[in-house]
Write a protein that binds this ligand. Structure first.
Ligand code: HEC
Length: 114
């Protein structure tokens, strides 16, 4: 049930984002330099934020906060999830589709949050 709800929440977020992406091709606008994200990276952000929080503070005990974490560390973790050197059934599939550029941008975004 919890998983179903999560799936629905994600689907909703992604639909909202698709609608936004249509009229804001440069990406989400907002504080924290979100507008500096490429369209590709900002298209992923609602998904990441559904677990890690748009402000980088998660609402679930097992989902880590990312706000203010070191950028290099976040890049390294995402790279390791991609290669499964760090293997997590939730997070590895999330990192898999990210290009190296998106990894850098998302890491920089979450690191910039205070
Ligand atoms: C369904 C929930 C979920 C989504 C969506 C999600 N994550 Fe995660 N993330 C997790 C969990 C759970 C962990 C901790 C994994 C572990 O225990 O090793 C994690 C860990 C991480 C870490 C490592 C943090 C640390 O302190 O080591 C980074 C970086 C990260 N996520 C970034 C992202 C990015 C970027 C996205 C979007 C592309 C994303 N996550 C989407 C659940 C999620």
């Amino acid at each position: 049930m919890k998983q179903l709800l999560m799936g629905l929440a994600l689907a909703g977020l992604m639909a909202v984002n698709a609608a936004r992406a249509a009229d804001e091709p440069a990406g989400l606008q907002g504080s924290h330099g979100q507008s500096q994200l490429s369209a590709q990276a900002s298209a992923m952000l609602p998904l990441c934020a559904s677990c890690h929080g748009l402000e980088g503070i998660s609402t679930v005990g097992l989902y880590p906060n990312l706000a203010g974490q070191k950028e290099e560390y976040l890049v390294k973790q995402l790279q390791q999830f991609k290669t499964r050197e760090r293997n997590d059934p939730i997070m590895s599939p999330m990192a898999e589709p990210l290009s190296p550029e998106m990894v850098n941008e998302l890491a920089a975004y979450f690191a910039s949050l205070k």
